[in-house]
Design a binder for this molecule. Structure first.
Ligand code: FAD
Ligand code: NAG
Ligand code: NAG
Ligand code: NAG
Ligand code: NAG
Ligand code: NAG
Length: 586
């Protein structure tokens, strides 16, 4: 050391070395902290594990809603509590029919596909799921992949979704992953949901399926009085025949999706509470077009690697400055092909291959839609696939005629805009043992297909919390109950993990002048983020490192903050400068 100090140069050199080491160390520390706080990677392990000691906590958990979020939550809770009830109003889901997907064989013949799920409008719309969802499912159910492959040998595939921004293909980080990309689940929503239900029925012996609606909660008066905060003592369940029963509970989980039943339950107690909620409307429309395809008709299609070996053909997001249409194309089980045409306030409702072609030809971007996509359309048309085609429209916008809500009108079902219920802002006033996850907390513009993975993030967050906590003894009842800060911890933790999804999609949606912003905001909000994302995504079309960072964080297997890491930020600033200079020159 003394030697080193002899010259100023050596002194400077060792100082720099120290700074570099400290920066690297701090960088690692910061990133690990981001992983722990903003992802559920550290929670994955616990998803399939029982409590330490193996003893379940004595008591009942009621889960309202038996869809994706409800089923994932039921599996998590079954590891920790002696009894779990899934309460779901759609009766067929609680019978064995709820574990069988027959949506491919049922056809109406008029181009409309019957939706067996009356309360989930998008049930038969195109769905894909991110890498994290499969990682979670594999932990929960070790034979998940094997069972999924029985639905279709190609149900589990490499996570290259052929993502395009503004017409330009993103580089799949094949080099980084040595041609071995992580895998994802790639089946239609009915297959995923029914398979998940089958697993919960088969492997979670303490989960019961109840046909009914959770209509309200009853708070425990004694706890309110002694200032322990509020607590749900029981819930009211109305059966399909209208019979009301009261079920004592240890924990209640609101998985009711856009019904957001929890808001009403809390508002209807003797101390009503309005929960803050942000709502905006991107006026999103989708039509999912589904075709039955004999793969031999696609032999001449020049898709790299061949039609039959591909699952994803195209996922396209437009640049909001020039285009409002989006298109996704996936091969699905049972020889089907799904094409989703949609966009921000678009009026196109394709009803034939030719309509789809017209729709695609209008899409503007830096590069045109590849010729093989049109070859696929030609093959569909030449082989008469229009005859068996079905078309399903989705609108994700505000119900402009609230009065019609009372009429059960299919055309108006599920017409919810994007929202974020900010439970995390009022945690001190909430009951300690009532939590919400999935679409009951946040509904995103489905253009990035994040909803089901967001439900997994919520379930994994709950799992992590359940593994950490110990129930406390309650002198009033002589039983063990959840700690008074349980819901608070859950909401704070879930918030950090889903907040970025809201911020990013909202900023993106504000790029279209037809979007109706959150009350009190203007469409100017998020302008910097839009600029940043545009240049960052553009970078990923050329740079493998940037592509890896985008891939990891968009697949939920790295913190969202990775995309604003120093190296990426510098690259984006540089690309932005070049864009600015070139626009200046022309
Ligand atoms: C067009 C479109 C495309 C999409 N594409 C994708 C995609 O590609 N990938 C993706 O991950 N996500 C996608 N999503 C989002 C995804 O569908 C949702 O995020 C997902 O369904 C949310 O699941 P959930 O269980 O939270 O709620 P839901 O699926 O809405 O289920 C709520 C359940 O609660 C029940 N319920 C309601 N009220 C009560 C009550 N009082 N008591 C008991 N039960 C009740 C309902 O019957 C229903 O079964 C898409 C959405 C749309 C609209
Ligand atoms: C879909 O294909 C699978 C396997 O090829 C088959 O078992 C199943 O019955 C088919 N489903 C329908 C609804 O046709
Ligand atoms: C809460 O209750 C009040 C009056 O009881 C009602 O005006 C309000 O719309 C309710 N809010 C929600 C979110 O249900
Ligand atoms: C349902 O809503 C549509 C509007 O999309 C309307 O045309 C139709 O008449 C309504 N049906 C009923 C039964 O109210
Ligand atoms: C993206 O990169 C290309 C060059 O590869 C450049 O021409 C273009 O201006 C860049 N920016 C955006 C926002 O497309
Ligand atoms: C991407 O994720 C993989 C798997 O978790 C990890 O090994 C790798 O370091 C990540 N790469 C980047 C650039 O974030």
């Amino acid at each position: 050391m003394a030697l080193l100090m002899q010259t100023p140069l050596a002194y400077v050199a060792s100082l720099i070395a120290l700074i570099v080491v400290a920066t690297v160390y701090l960088g690692k520390w910061y990133r690990n902290k981001q992983i722990a706080e903003t992802t559920v990677l550290n929670e994955l392990d616990g998803l399939g594990k029982t409590r330490v000691g193996g003893n379940r906590i004595e008591g009942t958990v009621v889960i309202a809603g038996g869809s994706i979020a409800g089923l994932l939550t039921a599996k998590v809770c079954s590891n920790h509590f002696s009894r779990v009830l899934i309460v779901e109003p759609e009766a067929w889901l609680s019978t064995t029919a709820g574990t069988v997907d027959d949506t491919y064989s049922t056809k109406q013949g008029d181009g409309k596909k019957p939706n067996p799920r009356t309360r989930v409008q998008q049930y038969i719309s195109l769905h894909n799921y991110h890498v994290l969802t499969l990682l979670g499912l594999n932990q929960m159910f070790p034979s998940f992949e094997a069972e999924a492959r029985k639905i279709d040998p190609d149900a589990i595939v490499s996570a290259d979704v052929k993502f395009h921004f503004n017409g330009r293909p993103m580089k799949a980080p094949l080099g980084f992953y040595k041609a071995n990309l992580p895998k994802l689940l790639s089946v239609a929503r009915p297959s995923y949901e029914t398979l998940l239900r089958k697993f919960v029925r088969k492997e979670c012996d303490n989960v019961e399926f109840v046909v009914g609606t959770v209509t309200g909660i009853n708070l425990d008066a004694s706890h309110q009085a002694v200032g322990h905060g509020r607590r749900v003592q029981s819930v009211n369940i109305r059966s399909k025949d209208g019979v009301e029963t009261t079920e004592p509970v240890l924990l209640v989980v609101d998985c009711t999706g856009p019904t957001m039943a929890g808001l009403k339950w809390i508002n209807a107690t003797d101390k009503p509470l309005q929960i803050p909620k942000d709502v905006y409307d991107p006026k999103m429309h989708y039509t999912t077009c589904e075709f039955e395809v004999d793969p031999t008709i696609m032999e001449k299609v020049e898709f790299p690697g061949g039609y039959i070996n591909a699952r994803a053909f195209y996922v396209g997001l437009p640049d909001s400055r020039i285009e409002r249409r989006t298109m996704l194309m996936f091969r699905r089980e049972n020889h089907t092909l799904q094409i989703s045409c949609g966009g921000w306030d678009v009026t196109d409702r394709p009803r034939s291959v030719d309509d789809i072609r017209t729709f695609l030809k209008q899409i503007k971007g830096a590069e045109p839609i590849p010729a093989y996509i049109f070859q696929i359309l030609d093959a569909l048309e030449d082989n008469g696939c229009d005859a068996s085609a079905t078309f399903h429209d989705d609108r994700c916008r505000k119900n402009i005629l609230p009065m019609l809500h009372v009429i059960v009108n299919r055309s108006f079902w599920g017409v919810a805009p994007c929202y974020f219920v900010k439970y995390h802002e009022v945690v001190d006033k909430l009951p300690a043992n009532l939590i919400s996850l999935g679409d009951s907390v946040m509904r995103l513009n489905p253009v990035r297909g994040q909803g089901c993975t967001k439900a997994m993030v919520g379930a994994a967050t709950l799992s992590g919390l359940l593994h950490q906590f110990q129930p406390v003894f309650d002198a009033h009842t002589g039983t063990r109950i959840l700690p008074h800060d349980f819901a608070k911890k859950f909401y704070k933790s879930q918030f950090k993990r889903i907040e970025s999804l809201w911020i990013e999609t909202k900023a993106d949606d504000y790029g279209w002048d037809t979007t109706v912003p959150v009350e009190g905001e203007t469409l100017k909000e998020g302008a910097f983020l839009r600029w940043y994302v545009r240049n960052f995504v553009n970078l990923t079309t050329k740079n493998e490192y940037a592509a890896t960072v985008l891939f990891n964080s968009s697949m939920f297997i790295a913190p969202a903050s990775d995309v604003i890491g120093p190296k990426i930020a510098l690259m984006v600033a540089w690309a932005g400068l070049q864009e600015y200079l070139s626009s200046y020159n022309t």
